[in-house]
Design a protein around this ligand. Structure first.
Ligand SMILES: [Zn+2]
Length: 118
């Protein structure tokens, strides 16, 4: 295992930082493990967030995420996130992303219920 991944696994205690699900419970949960970039990699290209370039590949910008949370998050960046001071606002950024994912999950639950009840 690459050392970065191992470090992230240890720091995040083997759980998705967004929903808290254990990704080390069994092989299937491990297969759903992804490494998410809090600030998406492709933002690197946007001139207005050039300041993020230096830490985009840092450990602080990488978190353990289950595949579903990663997909629900997409390229979302919290409104008002001060990217230039991102390291200091990591926890606030994390919480804003958790909120966004929870809202999308609730919406998906609604769709699910409509699909199975119909
Ligand atoms: Zn998750």
């Amino acid at each position: 295992m690459e050392s970065h991944k191992k470090q992230i696994l240890l720091r995040d205690a083997g759980r998705c930082v967004y929903c808290g699900r254990s990704l080390l419970q069994d092989q299937e949960s491990y297969l759903s493990l992804t490494i998410d970039h809090l600030i998406p990699k492709k933002e690197n290209d946007a001139s207005h967030v050039q300041t993020t370039v230096h830490y985009i590949h840092n450990l602080e910008n990488k978190v353990l995420s289950c595949r579903n949370c990663n997909a629900l998050k997409g390229d979302y960046i919290p409104e008002g996130a001060d990217l230039s001071e991102f390291p200091e606002h990591r926890e606030a950024t994390l919480n804003a992303i958790r909120k966004k994912i929870a809202a999308k999950r609730a919406h998906a639950l609604q769709e699910f219920l409509e699909a199975v009840i119909a």
